[in-house]
Design a protein around this ligand. Structure first.
Ligand code: SF4
Ligand code: SF4
Length: 120
């Protein structure tokens, strides 16, 4: 696979945020709608398939897991097929904390209400 060399440091993943312990129930909208961006360590680990996404800097694309019509590449049979080794972005992401208002609305529509108040 051909890969363009570039500096990793501009990729913004908040790696020091503790992993969320919030239960998201059976909602899988983030897996259906998003492409998790990989950290440099995750990319060089070779564990994940990846694609390049456009960023604000054309010379510095994001490295992300590909998104298919059915959702994330690793979203199989309605669940994450690599759950135990899913990327850090997936572990941190919680739409109920206000990261993605759109997804928050989708989750609200699906669940009716959140189990926790959003922590913005
Ligand atoms: S890697 Fe797993 S948890 Fe992360 S978006 Fe894809 S299917 Fe969801
Ligand atoms: S509630 Fe939000 S973070 Fe949790 S699975 Fe659904 S879309 Fe993803």
């Amino acid at each position: 696979m051909i890969f363009k060399s570039f500096t990793f440091t501009a990729i913004t993943i908040e790696r020091d945020i503790p992993h969320s312990t919030v239960e998201c129930g059976n909602c899988t909208k983030c897996c259906e709608l998003l492409s998790p961006i990989l950290t440099p360590e995750e990319f060089v680990s070779g564990k994940y398939v990846y694609t390049l996404l456009q960023s604000d800097n054309p010379d510095l694309p994001y490295i992300a897991i590909p998104k298919l019509d059915t959702g994330c590449f690793y979203f199989k049979d309605g669940k994450c097929s690599i759950y135990e080794t899913r990327p850090n972005a997936c572990r941190q992401f919680d739409c109920r904390k206000g990261h993605y208002p759109l997804l928050k609305d989708i989750a609200l529509e699906k669940f009716g209400q959140y189990s926790d108040e959003p922590e913005l």
